[in-house]
Design a protein around this ligand. Structure first.
Ligand SMILES: Nc1ncnc2c1ncn2[C@@H]1O[C@H](COP(=O)(O)OP(=O)(O)OP(=O)(O)O)[C@@H](O)[C@H]1O
Ligand SMILES: O=P(O)(O)OC[C@@]1(O)O[C@H](CO)[C@@H](O)[C@@H]1O
Length: 322
């Protein structure tokens, strides 16, 4: 079997998606649908990768009082469960979907404060699982009480072990992880997260692409910026490309679309033989196909691989000139 991808989720969540026909704040809303699924950014990435047939080890911290939905997901999809159990219950995040617009209001809880022992155990686990060139996805927020430099610390360790670090986080944790000695190999901020990191607005595509190029020139091999319904762009030393999203008529939930995008990028990189240069527009195209496929589902699930491949064939990717 090929080398597995490892995903780390320090702050997983049970996502409770509540759909209402038309959201009215400050009023009584009757739900038309309710779903609960195991989530958190790295869990979502692992789930989409497994659906595509990529071997995955999912790790991070899981509250030992409500593990069943996570364990069921891992067992159903053949994901190796390397989560460290900590005291308490994993948080529940509420995703309120207005069916009239598909706008989602997120209410995310802080999560369990882990002990330093649990974080140290995770370091030992990385030593055990990482090989030269492994893809390691560090995704999501840090739980309450964890130092903002935590992702940076794992990124440094992973770099020393020879892994390619894929980071999807925001705020101070992103700020710290972009220190020169921690620099990830690939980052995937959305537009808002990139603006927050830079402390300025990026009013148009030219400004977003220029910001992505600057980060890439600072030493991050691949910078992907997701733009919601406007698509995504990828910049690396071979160039920049923009992918346009498909017009889809069966949108169910945008929650985790960014994670599906990350999973698609990682799946394409995983399929590239060691020493070979990835075909970057194709890497972006598969990421976009995963995101489009996920939008038709609540929860981190992809349809069969044939359907994802059909979506991939419809995605337009165009080079962006500086
Ligand atoms: N409304 C939409 N219509 C079409 N495609 C969409 C829509 N929303 C998201 N996408 C697709 O999903 C990708 C990722 O979405 P987005 O930029 O919202 O990620 P994100 O903010 O990281 O999301 P999350 O944190 O919920 O995972 C986009 O690049 C796009 O391809
Ligand atoms: O608190 P974080 O880690 O930033 O975000 C957590 C979260 O919103 O991200 C996923 C969607 O991307 C959800 O499964 C989960 O609830």
């Amino acid at each position: 079997m090929s080398q597995p991808v490892i995903t780390l989720t320090l702050n997983p969540a049970l996502d409770q998606t509540v759909t209402v026909p038309l959201l009215r704040t400050g009023a009584v809303n009757l739900a038309s649908e309710v779903h609960v699924n195991a989530g958190g950014k790295g869990v979502n990435v692992a789930s989409c990768l497994a659906d595509w047939g990529v071997p995955v080890v999912a790790s991070g911290l899981l509250g030992r009082d409500n593990t069943t939905p996570f364990e069921d997901l891992f067992a159903d999809k053949g994901i190796r469960d390397a989560f460290i159990r900590v005291g308490g219950s994993t948080r529940t995040n509420i995703k309120l979907v207005d069916a009239s617009t598909l706008d989602t209001t997120d209410i995310n809880l802080p999560g369990i404060q882990p002990s330093t022992g649990a974080l140290a155990k995770l370091q030992l686990l990385l030593d055990e699982h990482i090989e030269q060139n492994s893809l390691a996805v560090l995704a999501g927020s840090l739980p309450a009480g964890v130092d903002d430099g935590c992702w940076a610390q794992y990124a440094r360790q992973l770099r020393q072990l020879g892994a390619r670090v894929v980071l999807d986080t925001s705020g101070p944790a992103l700020q710290q992880a972009l220190a020169p000695d921690a620099l990830p190999w690939l980052i995937k901020p959305n537009q808002h997260e990139l603006e927050q990191y830079l402390g300025r607005a990026l009013p148009d595509l030219t400004a977003i692409a220029a910001a992505a190029r600057q980060l890439q020139q600072r030493g991050i091999a691949v910078v992907v910026v997701s733009l919601g319904s406007a698509g995504a762009l990828l910049c690396c030393d071979q160039g920049c490309w923009l992918a346009e999203p498909l017009q889809l008529d069966k949108l169910k939930s945008t929650v985790g679309a960014g994670d599906a995008l990350v999973a698609g990028l990682v799946a394409a990189l995983h399929a590239t033989a060691p020493g070979q240069t990835p075909v970057w527009p194709e890497v972006l195209r598969l990421g976009m196909a995963f995101a489009a496929a996920k939008l038709a589902h609540i929860g981190p699930h992809l349809p069969d691989t044939g359907e994802v491949a059909r979506l991939r064939a419809r995605i337009q990717v165009t080079p962006l000139t500086p």
